[in-house]
Design a protein. Sequence first.
Length: 227
Amino acid sequence: MENSLSSFRRAVQEGYRYIETDVHATSDGEVVVHHDHTLDRTTDAQGPVADLPWTEVRQARVGGREPIARLADVLEELPETFFNIDVKADSAVEPIITLLRKAKALQRVCLASFSDNRLARLRRQGGPGLLTSMGPRSAGALWAAGRIPFAGLAVRGQVAQVPVSQGRLKIVDRKFVQAAHRRDLEVHVWTIDDEADMRALLDLGVDGLVTDRPDLLREVLRSRNSW
């Protein structure tokens, strides 16, 4: 089930040490593991997460069966696991930094967002030790740097997390990966569920793949003696 504690446990049991997930904050500041802004699509409840207190959100069932997890509980239950966390709303910025400090988990997360402004807030509040992905502007500059000699690049973030393509524009190719690695940046690509795509990207030298098929990725990595 999507973003459920049971799916995280299963991934860890299969041998994964890095898990990607998403978070929102409830109206009373509880950081919860959930992708959408509302509960409607994946749970048996309705309403925007940010407008509901934790006492209501905790009653929702993912897939009609499993409660929504608090990030605090996930971090506590899986203390050896590293997390890539997409912070989905501005309201979650302060609560997640507070939680990560309290849980002493700043060193085992990478925070991501599709919002450059949100990433800037996370970096300011998290301090220099916080690992973050590049935002859309920085990722675009990195793409240009792979094609324009001596293109300047102000690096904000330690990881480029991008799709293979955006519309008709091919983002991830050898030039992009080389431009990132020259700057000591890792390249993580999402969301890759096809075996041929996995193999092609690994051949390019990408550092990580986000997938909804961890079973398939594991077999691909095993076949390459990389598991």
